[in-house]
Design a protein. Structure first.
Length: 203
């Protein structure tokens, strides 16, 4: 069952080749690194009961998300590296004693740029919930919620190139500072200063 995971991952690699002209990580590169960091942090704290360590570990998502395939791949790969026997086949749950479920609570890319800046401060973010439970009794042995971020700077002119229409969750939510946002606090401060001056001058 695990080889199926590499089909969407292969699509990711193909899409990544379309932006090799830009010497910057794509949004998907940034998110993969961010999610991998969250997975590493979560698995480092996971406490597997000794009497079930050799049994197949069923990996299942708790909710639908367009990026579940990415979490499936990263969790499976890192669990296998740690010596676990992993399955994604829910029909084999009668053979599995333990279930590791996950939920993507937040995933995305944001960017901020100044008034005349040519670069964007880009941030990849993820909040991942993990739960280890007994497949037979449904008893929860361990659970955690991990938030991770990754930041970098990229040229504003490359924002469109570094994202891909196929992955909506990886599009940059760009917040650009405008003159209105810059001037508004100045106006408010000036008005407040004037009111305070009038108040004390009339006493």
């Amino acid at each position: 069952m695990l080889p199926v995971l590499y089909r969407p991952f292969a699509v990711l690699l193909i899409c990544a080749t379309t932006v090799t002209a830009a010497p910057f990580p794509t949004n998907m590169d940034l998110l993969v690194e961010t999610v991998a960091s969250a997975v590493d942090a979560g698995l480092a704290e996971m406490d597997m009961p000794d009497d079930t360590a050799a049994a197949p570990l069923l990996l299942v998502p708790q909710s639908k998300h367009d990026a579940n395939w990415m979490v499936d791949h990263l969790l499976s790969s890192k669990l296998l590296d740690r010596g676990f026997n992993v399955t994604l086949d829910s029909t084999a749950k009668q053979l599995s004693h333990m279930r590791l479920s996950y939920r993507l609570l937040d995933l995305g890319v944001t960017g901020q740029s100044g008034l005349r800046g040519s670069e964007v401060d880009r941030q990849g973010r993820v909040t991942l919930a993990l739960r280890l439970s007994d497949e037979r009794s449904d008893a929860v042995h361990w659970q955690d919620e991990i938030t991770r971020t990754r930041r970098d700077r990229v040229p504003k002119s490359q924002i469109e190139v570094l994202q891909h229409d196929k992955f909506k969750f990886a599009k940059t939510e760009l917040e650009e500072q405008t003159w209105g946002k810059f001037v508004e606090p100045v106006i408010v401060s000036t008005v407040l200063g004037g009111l305070i001056y009038l108040f004390f001058s009339n006493r």
